[in-house]
Design a protein around this ligand. Structure first.
Ligand code: KG4
Ligand code: ZN
Length: 342
């Protein structure tokens, strides 16, 4: 089964061809980073226009790289939410037009379900897919949550952030440090050379026993520290980044451990852009070795937004007979509650 995945929910125009739900035949991503960097963040209207300009070449590229023709496809999967409304529309309308012209089924995919599905794709970093049930930590620019995943589309939320998402905290702190957009990768790089115990930033653990997150206090602590001592340079900047990153990582690891204990499960999946963070990956690997749980983190390219994960999630829906009609629309606020419905 060959499925074309399409992803345009934010600042990446992406298309991929997935074979039998697991094998990545092609994976094309046109990033808009350079365009938005000028403004210090994603400008929704600019994102929509960029998607419009790149969607057709990206779709063609994915088909060519897969070595197939459009007519070889068995279905099309497209992100229909959550995300930027104008950006989502470009992908959904392209998918519907293609599906109609080719006479192939189309299915709408929840972007979060896509992130959760990334770990089911074949990749050198993973020996195989995670068994069900498992706990999943989703850490992206828009979401930070822990789930119990009982089966494909059978997802219940265990906890979530009460304010900022982890990726948002990385991006905001990077901005305060004058590192520009996008911030997560830049902090990751600088943190690698720094001392994570140089500064003591707060670890917010709202409600000792729950598995929710809060990152707004940490962001305020960073801003206060910068007001007090100015923006650090060179080695002090590396120490600052390492200390901030350690505070985020510490909380993510603690809450994931708690979720595993609470559910009695022994498998942890980690996904979303922040899962590309080297400090988080190392800390989770250490926790897995200590506690004896098995850890599944996609290769960094499949952690950040991509269309291969949408193709994977969509393949499962298409195989179950889910079909979207021409009335398929976008839902910028689509929540995790609709994961099961796909
Ligand atoms: O999953 P994603 O690509 O898009 C959303 O669905 O939000 O996640 C993007 C977020 C951004 O906040 C970005 O700064 C963060 O993931 N991110 C990272 C790293 N790479 C991306 N954060 C920390 N370390 C990284 N290496
Ligand atoms: Zn995402």
């Amino acid at each position: 089964m060959l499925v074309l995945g399409i992803e345009t929910s934010c600042d990446e125009t992406a298309a991929a061809v997935i074979e039998d739900g697991r094998r990545v035949r092609s994976d094309v991503v046109a990033s808009q980073i350079l365009v938005h960097a000028e403004y210090g963040g994603v400008v929704p209207e600019v994102a929509s226009r960029q998607h419009l300009a790149t969607v057709v070449p990206v779709l063609r590229g994915a088909i060519e790289k897969a070595g197939i023709a459009f007519s070889d496809l068995d279905g099309i999967a497209v992100t229909c939410g959550p995300g930027l409304v104008g950006a989502l529309l470009v992908g959904v309308e392209a998918a519907k037009a293609l599906g109609y012209a080719l006479g192939k089924p189309v299915v709408g995919v929840n972007h979060l379900a896509g992130h959760l599905a990334a770990v089911f794709l074949e990749q050198p970093a993973l020996a195989g897919p995670p068994p069900y049930p498992h706990v999943a930590l989703l850490v992206s620019g828009g979401h930070t949550a822990l789930f119990r995943v009982a089966g494909p589309g059978d997802v219940s939320q265990l906890g979530a952030t009460r304010d900022d998402a982890a990726g948002e905290a990385f991006d905001k702190v990077a901005k305060l440090l004058g590192l520009g957009y996008p911030g997560g990768v830049k902090i990751d790089k600088l943190a690698a050379g720094g001392n994570p115990t140089a500064l003591q930033f707060p670890r917010a653990l709202p409600g000792r026993d729950d598995i929710d997150f809060s990152f707004s206090g940490l962001k305020t602590a960073v801003a206060t520290e910068l007001q007090r001592s100015g923006v650090p340079q060179e080695k002090a900047l590396e120490d600052f980044c390492a200390s901030f990153q350690a505070a985020v990582v510490d909380v993510l690891v603690r809450k994931s451990r708690r979720a595993l204990v609470r559910t009695g499960l022994g498998h942890l999946v980690v996904c979303g852009g922040v899962a590309a963070n080297r400090g988080l990956r190392a800390a989770l690997a250490q926790a897995a070795a200590q506690d004896g749980f098995s850890l599944y983190i996609p290769t960094p390219r499949l952690c950040t937004d991509n269309a291969a994960m949408i193709g994977a999630a969509g393949s499962a829906l298409l195989a179950r007979g889910v079909r979207a009609g021409l009335e398929l629309s976008v839902d910028p606020g689509l929540s995790v509650a609709t994961l099961a419905a796909g």
